[in-house]
Design a protein around this ligand. Structure first.
Ligand SMILES: *Cc1c(COP(=O)(O)O)cnc(C)c1O
Length: 396
């Protein structure tokens, strides 16, 4: 048979799911696994979502306008205005998840070979869209030792005449880092001075702990012409499966290209858009409930990890992830061993090896990402098992 797409053949499989076959085998043998590898919240979606679905009784499920249904555009506009970010509905496009917004943004901004500066470790799913579009991620490394915060010189050092944009995830997945106001200002200034676009994935916008200020790039009026905001209901309302995302830009030329892409894929799910209006109707009630719950979980995970000898991480500041360093050489090997060889009273733990979140070969080898998406009791137990596992692994 003829050779398939080179691009796709070269694409790496998701590092988050890499351990799945070992986990399935362990479960088949009767082991219980605490899964901390995938960032899928376990909290309840607000009832307003189902109320809107039950109320939907149109005789035909028609295509909706490719920009999104007017009611949802209005709901998103209202949310943004309440959040203190000045956005009009004409700047908003509804997408099939934030994921499609990212894909469309890269398609609209880049030609193959254009460079995108991105802080590593970063959300590895972006690689799918770098591959599809041919945009080249250029990693700006950040470090566990200072909580994965960013520095101007490291960023500017990587700028070339091919650099098209800076891509920021704030709050960060997989790091749990919340950029400070001055970091956000610095990145915006660099973008302005070097005439770069700014792609900001803010799907965790309000998930910031310890009374931190939300530091959205949307607050900075002076960069609105070069800013593309990516957003989603997935994490904000515990509705990952709804597949409703948002792309926002105030640059008319960009919007024209985004509009073409949206027309090409016709429309986003009619019913999910109606249901998402229900999510936004909850204002900040659900958003703050979720934040408070994850802050509690963050405390439990962080305090438990601190007790394990040789484990290091700075206190995570937001989202629901952290990256920690383990006293092992190869965290992949350790995590597989935890599934295949180890259990404590029939129970073990699964996390994501962190090397998949780095673009630079060799980084993150002794790190894992933990998504703290379980209840606090289970988290406590999971981290206890992790500690016992590390001890046993290093005694072999
Ligand atoms: C979960 C996640 C997304 C995916 O959003 P969807 O709306 O579910 O497509 C995007 N960016 C980051 C950083 C995420 O963690």
């Amino acid at each position: 048979m003829k050779q398939l797409s080179n691009k796709m053949l070269e694409m790496k499989a998701s590092s988050v799911r890499k351990l799945t076959k070992h986990a399935d085998a362990a479960e088949a043998m009767g082991k219980k696994i605490y899964r901390l590898n995938i960032g899928q919240p376990d909290l309840k979606v607000p009832m307003e979502y189902y109320d809107r679905i039950s109320a939907f009784r149109e005789p035909t499920v028609e295509y909706m306008p490719s920009q999104g249904i007017p009611e949802l555009l209005e709901a998103v506009e209202t949310y943004y205005r309440s959040a203190g970010i000045n956005v009009d509905r004409k700047h908003i496009y509804i997408t099939t998840g934030g994921t499609e917004a990212i894909q469309f943004t890269l398609l609209a901004l880049t030609n193959p070979g254009d460079e995108i500066l991105i802080f590593e470790p970063y959300y590895s799913n972006y690689n799918t869209f770098f591959t599809i579009t041919g945009a080249q991620p250029v990693a700006v490394t950040t470090y566990a030792e200072n909580g994965f915060h960013v520095e101007r010189c490291a960023l500017e050092e990587k700028i070339t005449d091919k650099t098209k944009a800076i891509f920021v995830t704030n709050p960060g997945n997989p790091t749990g880092t919340v950029l400070t106001e001055s970091e956000v200002r610095m990145i915006a200034d660099v973008a302005k001075e070097h005439d770069l676009y700014l792609i900001c994935d803010e799907v965790y916008r309000e998930m910031v702990f310890d009374d931190r200020k939300i530091t959205s790039f949307g607050y900075l009026e002076d960069i609105h012409d070069r800013l593309i905001l990516v957003d989603s209901v997935s994490k904000r309302y515990n509705a990952c499966g709804a597949r409703i995302g948002v792309l926002i830009s105030k640059n008319d030329e960009i919007l024209e290209l985004i509009s073409k892409l949206c027309q090409g894929r016709l429309a986003v799910s009619t019913i999910e858009q109606h249901a998402a209006v229900g999510l936004y109707s909850t204002g900040f009630r659900v958003i703050h409930e979720i934040r408070d719950e994850f802050e509690k979980r963050r405390d439990v995970v962080y305090e438990s990890l601190k007790k394990i000898p040789g484990v290091f991480c700075e206190k995570p500041e937001g989202a629901f992830y952290l990256i920690c360093k383990l006293p092992v050489e190869d965290s992949n090997d350790f995590l597989v061993w935890m599934l295949k060889e180890f259990d404590d009273q029939g129970e073990t733990v699964m996390a994501a090896p962190a090397d998949g979140f780095y673009a630079t070969e060799g980084l993150g080898k002794n790190e894992i990402r933990i998504a703290y998406v379980l209840e606090t009791d289970k988290l406590k137990r999971a981290i206890e098992i992790l500690g016992k596992g590390l001890e046993a692994y290093n005694k072999r």
